[in-house]
Write a protein that binds this ligand. Structure first.
Ligand code: GLY
Length: 411
């Protein structure tokens, strides 16, 4: 057995004018890091966010579906409970955040239609419907004709679908902007630099060193850097979260501005299984249509490829042929932080003072409210709420806390 070697090897410079040692350093200024910082500051904790570009991250690419029912997968029943809990908080969360920031977040309770194109796709959707029913979820089977009555732009080849009125959407870019403003108004400090190393003394995490040679010392440190959380130097190897990047490419188009959200094009989120492949079309109230997403295990690559764009447009065209008439305004690729069980890692690690909030994978925007509440409670009160305990990092093993909080790790 040996002690972990997490103490800094180079002196850390302080930044003049920087706030004195904060209670909490949140490393990562995406929507997860920001919501945690906001909630911590609301609870009276002096909080600093470390990120070169706060408000960035995977949310710049994400479509923002709040879809616990249509994104249900076999074996993810525990995650379903957390997803449903967070979805239920969204209306109040959106209202509170909009009030605190003065910025709308594009929350739309528009519902979702999940459709199938060929008979294999329909069989797949029938299985999803059966799973939803077993889980007690609200979902209604529709014929192809009924689907087209709801969404007339859908192709005549749609064979059937599921109407899920409880799956909604928010605009992740607006959400990030609103969280940034709410943090600023709540007194959160920002250090616009990259954290390169965790520091610890006497078996306790006490902040991070930044790439400009300065540091942030804090009583508690939260690692909320998405896929990059698996890479921070100074974190004992055993405690590095097992998250990996899963690339997603998305397209943004502009819908005609007829009356009402989405104009005449789509009135609600439409997901589809198109010859075995998954696609979604998310119409925003501001006329934007987001089409996503590929799912690619290619490490840290974020190239937008001709093949990715082609696949999305091909399937979207098969689903709603009019899509190819719309202006294409943006292509983008981002990295989902995926964990071995597709669920997030939330809570303390075996290194006292170091907490994780990562691994949100397909559900980062959906899980933003519950993550903020749970981590705020942990940071201010020392306990995670019951609902979040199945998602602590310890479920994947790692080091154990020894006497006096000194971390011991096996050779
Ligand atoms: N939740 C949508 C996606 O991960 O693509």
């Amino acid at each position: 057995m040996r002690r972990s070697s997490t103490s800094p090897t180079t002196p850390v410079r302080r930044v003049s004018g920087a706030p004195p040692r904060p209670d909490v350093a949140v490393v990562g200024g995406g929507v997860i890091g920001l919501v945690i910082a906001w909630r911590a500051a609301q609870r009276g904790l002096a909080t600093t966010v470390v990120d070169p570009e706060p408000g960035g991250g995977a949310a710049r690419v994400a479509a923002g579906m709040l879809a616990p029912v249509t994104e249900l997968h076999y074996g993810e029943e525990a995650l379903l409970a957390l997803n449903l809990a967070s979805a239920a908080r969204y209306p109040d969360f959106a209202a509170e955040l909009e009030e605190a920031s003065g910025q709308e977040i594009g929350y739309r309770s528009c519902g979702t239609l999940a459709v199938a194109l060929d008979s294999d796709d329909r069989a797949h959707l029938r299985e999803l419907h059966a799973l939803q029913s077993r889980c007690g979820l609200d979902s209604q089977w529709l014929t192809g004709r009924e689907c087209r009555r709801l969404e007339p732009m859908l192709s005549p080849s749609v064979r059937g679908g599921l109407r899920v009125d409880g799956d909604h959407q928010a605009d992740p870019r607006r959400l990030a902007t609103a969280l940034l403003l709410a943090c600023e108004r709540a007194g959160v400090a920002f250090r616009r630099a990259t954290a390169v190393r965790l520091t610890a003394t006497a078996g306790r995490a006490n902040g991070v060193v930044l790439d400009d040679g300065t540091g942030v010392e804090a009583g508690q440190t939260v690692l909320a850097t998405g896929s990059w959380a698996s890479r921070l130097e100074g974190v004992p190897r055993e405690l590095l979260p097992p998250v990996r990047p899963v690339k997603g490419q998305v397209l943004r188009l502009r819908m005609p501005s007829a009356s009402g959200p989405g104009g005449d094009f789509l009135s609600r989120t439409v997901r589809a299984i198109v010859r075995g492949g998954q696609i979604y079309l998310v119409p925003r109230a501001n006329g934007e249509l987001v089409i996503g997403a590929t799912s690619e295990e290619l490490g840290w690559d974020t190239t937008v490829t001709a093949g990715g764009v082609y696949e999305l447009l091909r399937d979207a065209h098969e689903l709603a042929p009019g899509v190819t008439e719309l202006p294409l305004t943006e292509t983008a690729a981002g990295l989902r932080p995926a964990s071995p069980d597709n669920a997030p890692l939330l809570g303390p690690t075996a290194l006292t003072g170091l907490h994780l909030a990562t691994g949100h994978y397909r559900n980062g925007v959906l899980l933003t409210p519950v993550t903020g509440d749970a981590m705020g409670e942990l940071l201010a009160g020392g306990e995670l709420p019951e609902q979040v305990r199945p998602f602590t990092p310890g479920r994947f093993g790692g080091g154990i806390a020894g006497p006096a909080g000194v971390l011991s790790v096996s050779e």
